[in-house]
Write a protein that binds this ligand. Structure first.
Ligand code: NAP
Length: 353
């Protein structure tokens, strides 16, 4: 399908998510990483000096590249991945979409707008129908597609097979979120080492609306969020990468343990059917060991693109209990955006060159 690689850029390329984009895009079969953009503090500097690289070293040839400012004048690529801090992402992403670019965003700013797809390709690919309305009503050639909060992506992927087969009515969720979810330098080490912090600013409020948007329906260009009551408690834990969520779920229809296991084990989506380059063979891995999933052992499953589900059992108050773990900067951020872009190319929304 792709004859020549499509030039792409990363906005916020120096941050924790930006670095994951750089790593994933450096070897991508469809995309060519053309520009690395960040704040005025970094612009004009060598990438290797501007970015405090967190894991290992930058891919070959990347450290020598020059960081450019986050403006459509300095960034020519038709596709831009945004890993910008939310204090600036809103306006910068709008400027790129107005300039005709396809913006794949990780930031929270545009996620809940009614004409902006909040996309997980396995969960709600039909939400891309919102783009017609977005481009028509806003009068731009570009587009904004977002991925969700890193914990919500894990929650929505774990709930999707249950919601599709049995309907989900209520959810109690507690998150155990890795420190890399706070970016770099993030949480001070003396606050988090040997500790659990039951608060992450602005996080709890996102869980119910984003979960309901992901699992909602789009008909005639209008989004109808799923009617699911969600009660959430977030925590930050001393884990480097990988968000873990503990869920208790009430279903609309009765389901046996075997039905529930089958729903998880058989679940696949558009990326697997289309064999997209970043699609894991299994988006959900059902683990049968009693003590899994664990972030250190399971966050990298499927190259960080699979969510591992385990401890699936009957709940004594609601219907089903389970635990799920996913990599927060891969499936929860950069990898999610790259998969979204691949779906847009595969569907012809982003023209392939
Ligand atoms: P981070 O490490 O703090 O990186 C922030 C990036 O934004 C840096 O590249 C920074 O560039 C850039 N930036 C800051 N102010 C700017 C400005 N005025 N103009 C242009 N660029 C500016 O944060 P992160 O964890 O990578 O998160 C990035 C985004 O993804 C956030 O919106 C976050 O909420 C979202 N997200 C994060 C995760 C995760 O697991 N970490 C998961 C999902 C979503 P400089 O280095 O030049 O300052």
């Amino acid at each position: 399908m792709i004859r020549r690689k499509l030039p792409v850029a990363v906005l916020g390329a120096t941050g924790a998510v930006g670095q994951t984009f750089v790593r994933l895009l450096a070897a991508h079969p469809w995309f060519e990483l053309q520009e690395l953009a960040a704040s005025e503090r970094s612009a004009g500097r060598r990438y290797g000096d501007a970015a405090h690289w967190i894991d290992g070293d930058p891919p070959r040839g990347i450290a020598e590249r020059c960081v450019v400012p986050c403006t459509p004048e300095h960034v020519q690529s038709p596709v831009v991945f945004s890993a910008l801090d939310s204090s600036v992402a809103g306006e910068v992403e709008l400027a790129f979409a107005r300039a005709g670019r396809f913006v794949l965003s990780n930031a929270r700013n545009h996620r809940m707008e009614p004409d902006v797809p909040l996309l997980i390709p396995e969960v709600n690919p039909e939400h891309l129908a919102l783009l017609d309305r977005q481009r028509r009503e806003r009068g731009w050639e570009g587009a904004i597609v977002t991925n969700g909060n890193c914990a919500v992506i894990v929650i929505a992927m774990a709930l999707a097979p249950l919601h599709q087969r049995f309907g989900v009515r209520q959810v109690f969720v507690t998150t155990m979120q890795a420190v890399s979810g706070a970016g770099y330098p993030g949480v001070p080490s003396l606050d988090i080492l040997g500790n659990v912090i039951p608060f992450i600013a602005g996080e709890e409020e996102k869980i119910a609306p984003e979960t309901c948007k992901f699992l909602g329906r789009v008909t005639d260009g209008v989004l109808h969020p799923a009617q699911i009551a969600v009660s959430a408690q977030v925590t930050r834990v001393p884990v480097q990468h990988g968000h873990t969520v503990s869920l208790a779920v009430a279903l609309e229809r009765r389901a046996s343990q075997r039905d529930v296991f089958a729903a998880f084990a058989e679940w696949r989506g558009a990326p697997q059917a289309r064999e997209l380059p970043s699609a894991p063979e299994r988006p959900l891995i059902l683990h049968d060991a009693v003590d899994r999933p664990q972030p250190r052992r399971d966050a990298d499953a499927g190259g960080g693109m699979s969510v591992t589900v385990g401890a699936v059992r009957a709940d004594s108050i609601l219907d089903v209990r389970l635990v799920a773990t996913g990599h927060n900067t891969v499936r929860g951020a950069a990898g999610a955006s790259v998969l979204n872009a691949e779906l847009l190319v595969a569907q012809g929304v982003i023209p392939a060159t």
